[in-house]
Design a binder for this molecule. Structure first.
Ligand SMILES: [Zn+2]
Length: 359
């Protein structure tokens, strides 16, 4: 796809832009909820669209293991499968392999691991990850990286894993170019390369230089929000901000979605972010309200509270008048509806933050 990303404004490092994908245009900055297994947990695709978000993320690892990319393809691909019309982004599967699976072997070729559910042996490589994402029908995809480099957040890391990540990026890119070579430029998905390097600034700088030197469509920042302190994460984002080149490519920060971090990232040049936090918090009865405060809806003080979660919020849950007293009761008796209603609110909360930065 040519001219797929354009900045409408850039002021004090804050960018507002338009990303053209084959499934439609995306205004950035934008928050992307995680539809881990093909659906945002507990929220229908229609409700997701009503929150104003522009992109939904799906997990390559989970969909590969169950139901498998061939089944998703037979059911029409991600959009038809999930009935989500918004542009869809798949991750590489690498993060889940390295954090959830029992790894048998990592070689230059790829990673062999055991499916945690069935115990069967699964192999994932840069080529395989791209092939799976293509079959799923993603509009945006992410290159497969060696996430062992994250284990110690930059300290005592093996240089081998760091270097392998970049060799794997070149292999991901080659496979991507091979599989998309006959596609109309406007029908081609977009590929993001991932910058790693933990909390080591020299490695991060080098990784960013390598990723930016390649003809990837977007720059993804991985390996943050994996256990380091907020100060450490912010320090790295601030360090990277002046190091991005001038190429018109979107910047995607993986796995970050706390309101305070979202604002900080956007104010340091990030265009796209994804996180499971809004829906996970919602299922645990936690909602964000004006001022980035968190309230816990199971608290006894809300038992007879007739007010909505946040009177300043325009989400369908708050506009619908659902009281904190009602939501508390639903949580208390284990009704899943409460998690759904609060998920909608939390997703909208993050999207409203993004909309504040649109030019
Ligand atoms: Zn709301």
């Amino acid at each position: 796809m040519s001219n797929y990303f354009a900045l409408l404004s850039e002021k004090d490092g804050i960018r507002s832009g338009v990303l053209k994908t084959r499934a439609g245009e995306v205004r950035t900055p934008t928050f992307m909820p995680d539809g881990t297994r093909g659906a945002v947990k507990g929220v229908t695709p229609e409700m997701v669209r009503e929150t104003g978000v522009q992109v939904v993320l799906a997990n390559t690892y989970h969909l590969h293991l169950q139901p498998g990319e061939d089944t998703v393809a037979k059911l029409g691909g991600l959009h038809e499968f999930s009935k989500q019309t918004l542009p869809m982004l798949t991750d590489s599967g690498g993060f889940q392999v390295f954090s959830l699976a029992h790894i048998n072997k990592i070689t230059e070729e790829g990673v062999t691991f055991k499916d945690p559910k069935t115990g069967s042996t699964v192999f994932l490589s840069p080529e395989k990850s791209i092939q799976i994402q293509m079959k799923l029908g993603a509009d945006m995809m992410v290159a497969f990286d060696d996430v062992t480099a994250l284990d110690d957040k930059g300290r005592n890391r093996t240089k081998e894993a760091f270097d392998r990540t970049h060799r794997w990026l070149e292999r991901s890119l080659a496979e991507f170019q091979h599989l998309t070579r006959d596609m109309d430029p406007d029908e081609r998905p977009l590929l993001f390369g991932v910058v790693q390097g933990g909390l080591d600034k020299d490695l991060r700088k080098k990784s960013l230089e390598i990723v930016q030197s390649l003809p990837v469509d977007g720059i993804a920042i991985g390996g943050l929000s994996v256990g380091e302190s907020r100060e450490e994460m912010h320090d790295m984002l601030a360090y990277l901000a002046p190091l991005y080149d001038d190429s018109p490519r979107p910047r995607f920060l993986l796995g970050v979605g706390d309101p305070i971090d979202l604002r900080f990232a956007i104010e340091h040049g990030i265009d796209m972010l994804d996180c499971v936090l809004p829906t996970r918090n919602a299922r645990h009865a936690t909602a964000w309200v004006t001022g980035d405060e968190k309230i816990h809806l199971t608290n006894a003080k809300y038992a007879d509270d007739t007010g909505v979660i946040d009177p300043g919020c325009d989400c369908t849950t708050c506009r619908g008048g659902y009281s904190k007293g009602f939501l508390r009761h639903q949580f208390k008796v284990g009704e899943t509806l409460a998690g759904t209603l609060v998920s909608v609110h939390n997703i909208r909360y993050l999207q409203r933050i993004c909309e504040d930065y649109l030019s």
